[in-house]
Design a protein around this ligand. Structure first.
Ligand code: BEZ
Length: 212
């Protein structure tokens, strides 16, 4: 097991899932991906998270992001649990959940933090770009459900900053002003960002979101 850092290649794997055997790279194809772990089946916070994720599928699809979840129980257990998730969260789980009974994928992705829990995964998130590099890692404790609006917001930022020389400020949301990359002079920025550049400090320049 190695720590996975930003910019690393996401380790590939083949594993059983609620949708049968699945290979990560084949599943993702040319899409972005989001891989997220859940401590165990039939637990309350995980049930709400998977329901939230399923209800956001359209938003992930719009951004060309494929979801894949993981829990350390069997595919048969996942199938039963999915019925409960669909019933209680008013949804249809519409992405695979890896059945990681032998902890192979959890170990590969360092999702078990033994000082938190010896056998269950923490709530890890990996956002993977189409070139299979890891663009975001995030770790929440078992007791705290994740915020799926925040994950979409990060994906918006990643996809914007991949193609434009900008970064996104604190609490930025799609449609709001962005900051000009520090690598660009204000003079050059004014040529690149034709909607205007507001220089607050030489190192703090704002411009309207360029891809709108
Ligand atoms: C939950 O998903 O509710 C949960 C799982 C493990 C520990 C605590 C909460």
């Amino acid at each position: 097991m190695a720590t996975i850092r930003l910019g690393d290649l996401a380790p590939d794997f083949t594993a059983d899932s609620s949708a049968g055997m699945i290979n990560l790279y084949d599943y993702l194809g040319d899409s972005w991906g989001i891989l997220f772990s859940h401590p165990a089946d039939f637990t309350p916070v995980c049930t709400t998270e998977l329901g939230a994720a399923a209800n956001y599928k359209e938003e992930f699809d719009k951004r060309n992001v494929k979801m894949i979840a993981l829990s350390v129980d069997s595919a048969a257990s996942h199938a039963e649990w999915i019925k409960d998730i669909n019933e209680t969260q008013n949804t249809t789980v519409n992405f695979p959940i890896i059945a990681d009974e032998d902890r192979k994928v959890s170990t590969l992705y360092d999702m078990i933090h033994p000082n938190a829990d010896a056998t269950l995964t923490v709530r890890s998130v990996y956002i993977i770009a189409p070139d299979k590099t890891v663009k975001l890692t995030l770790t929440y404790p078992a007791s705290t459900g994740r915020n799926f609006d925040e994950l979409l917001r990060v994906i918006d930022s990643l996809q914007l900053t991949e193609y434009h020389k900008v970064a996104t400020p604190a609490d930025w949301k799609h449609g709001e002003k962005v900051v000009v990359s520090p690598a660009i002079s204000t003079e050059d920025a004014k040529k690149i960002f034709t909607k205007g550049v507001e220089e607050i400090k030489p190192y703090l320049r704002l411009t309207p979101q360029p891809n709108l």
